[in-house]
Design a protein around this ligand. Sequence first.
Ligand code: TXA
Ligand code: MG
Length: 354
Amino acid sequence: MSAEVVKVSADNPQRESLQRAGEIIRRGGLVAFPTETVYGLGGNALDPEASRRIYAAKGRPSDNPLIVHIADIKSLEAITVELPEEARKLAKACWPGPLTMILKKTPQVPPETTGGLDSVAVRFPSHPVALMLIEEAGGFVAAPSANASGRPSPTTAAHVWEDLGQSIDMILDAGPVQIGLESTIVDLTSDPPTILRPGYYSLGMLRSILPDVRMDPGLPESDPLLHPKAPGMKYRHYAPRAELTIIEGDRSAVVQTIRSRSEQMAARGKKVGILSSQETADQYPAGLVLCVGSLAREETIARQLYDCLRSFDARGVDVIYSESFHTPLMGEAIMNRLLKAAGHRVDYAVSPGD
Ligand code: TXA
Ligand code: MG
């Protein structure tokens, strides 16, 4: 089976196409669609068979739960038991938008969708295509990122086609997404509420709404020995095929270190890739470097990170050296994904004078 690719307008989606896509999901099929964060692989969240198909198409372990997407705040009643006051506040401030909340689930949500947990992840996206699809599909769309398990999340329809073109029914193509990194996940079944995955909404932004909210101390970057709570966080994710190492430190020392390591690797016959910010890109050999975006415009880095990782794969690169991108707001999320792609390999550049 090859997926049908249907172009739709991002701002003003064609109702007829979305009706057809919704019908596929109602009948138990799978449709990939754009959200403001990344492309999702949608199936009927209340149909255990559809959830099984999603896991099979992605090659994803079935204990890694799916996010249920809604297009109306009233839909929460059917799938969650009680709504804590904190959840109300977050929903008011952040929905529709790139935030996922973990809440206690009702029996309506099958265990296949939640990986057997008694909680459910819920997200109310803002992308017009996502919203219309959810409506047309009956109101509850389970959607993980539409990549093959272990590959970087898709930010274009072409990425989805690469990974899943032969195993799903339809791909809605509304062009590249806006944000480029998956939603922030906040667990509201824990006290205090806990960020399980950083995203567009940073810890600082969420603290201005819920002063108690904290980062999951089990996030791999906090302590690799602790178990992360979002089941998905324990898998090596967003990974390019090449071995990626992040080089931290003073900017000029980082450039020097990456240049000399690249030369050493090239001398050993390895194909090297370098991931850099626009600010330093011209200091590396042009044939090796990919510019991810500008440190002065962090949204460009978030938007292009996964596409760059995929491009290195397409070039058949063996090793990647990456600068770090600790930008003010999305730096948390960018570095969370980059560290995972690197399997947490970080080296520190030493300045010549040190
Ligand atoms: O931006 C996004 O959130 C995208 C788009 C398509 O909406 N979706 C997405 O889904 O990133 P996925 O499946 O790739 O990531 C879902 C994450 C996984 O790490 C999973 O373990 C966690 O959410 N999760 C889902 N349900 C959970 C639950 N009940 N408790 C804890 N973590 C949960
Ligand atoms: Mg994913």
